[in-house]
Ligand binder design. Structure first.
Ligand SMILES: [Fe+2]
Ligand SMILES: [Fe+2]
Length: 191
C-alpha cells in the first residue's frame, strides 16, 4: 500500500476516533439534560414554569434521540456511566426544583453555559471534517442558548429584592453545577 494511502487511513481513523468520542459524550450529556428536566417536572409540572420546562424538555428529547440514532448508525459504544447520569441528573432536577422556580431556572443557566461552550469548541474542532455532525451540533448549540436565555429572562423578571438585581442569585449552586457538568463531560468522553 502506498504511503499516502496509509496516511489517509490513519487520518480517517483519527477523525473517527474524535467524532465517536464527541457523539458518546453528547449522547451522555443530552441524556443527563433530559433527566434534569424530568426531575424538575416531577416537582414543577403544574407551576407557572411547567410549560417552559416542558418546552425545553421536549427539545432535549429530540437532541437525545438524534444522538441515540447516531450511536446506533455509527456503531459507537455508549458511555458506561449512564446509570450515574440518570440518577445525578434526576436528583439535580428534583433538588433545584424543590428550592423553587428561580433555582430551577438558575440550574438550566449554569448547565447551558457549559454545554454551549462545549458545543462551540466541538464545532470548531470539527471544521469541515464531518458535515452531518457539525450541522447537528450547531443546531443544538442554538437550542441550548435559547434555553439559557429563557431561564435568564425568567430569573430577571422575578427578582424580588434590589439586592438580587445585578447578581447571580445562586452563585455557589451555579459554580457547583458547572463544575459537575464539566466533570461529567470529561468522564463521559473517556469511560
Ligand atoms: Fe440538549
Ligand atoms: Fe438544553
Amino acid at each position: 500500500m502506498s504511503k499516502e494511502k496509509i496516511g489517509k487511513q490513519n487520518s480517517d481513523r483519527n477523525i473517527k476516533e474524535t467524532t465517536d468520542r464527541m457523539i458518546r459524550v453528547n449522547h451522555a450529556g443530552e441524556f443527563g439534560a433530559s433527566r434534569i428536566y424530568q426531575g424538575q417536572l416531577s416537582v414543577l409540572a403544574k407551576s407557572s414554569v411547567g410549560k417552559t420546562i416542558q418546552h425545553m424538555a421536549d427539545q432535549e428529547k429530540d437532541h437525545l434521540e438524534t444522538f441515540d440514532k447516531l450511536i446506533i448508525e455509527r456503531r459507537i459504544r455508549p458511555t458506561a456511566l449512564s446509570p450515574i447520569w440518570s440518577l445525578a441528573g434526576y436528583s439535580l432536577g428534583v433538588l433545584t426544583a424543590r428550592m423553587g422556580e428561580k433555582a430551577a431556572m438558575a440550574c438550566t443557566v449554569a448547565v447551558e453555559e457549559v454545554i454551549e461552550e462545549h458545543y462551540k469548541s466541538q464545532h470548531e474542532t470539527l471544521g469541515d471534517k464531518d458535515p452531518e455532525l457539525s450541522i447537528i451540533i450547531d443546531k443544538f448549540r442554538l437550542d441550548e442558548i435559547e434555553h439559557k436565555s429563557i431561564s435568564n429572562n425568567f430569573i430577571n423578571l422575578n427578582k424580588s429584592s434590589e439586592a438580587e438585581q445585578d447578581e447571580n442569585i445562586y452563585p455557589l449552586m451555579s459554580k457547583a453545577i458547572k463544575a459537575g457538568s464539566k466533570l461529567a463531560i470529561w468522564l463521559s468522553s473517556r469511560l
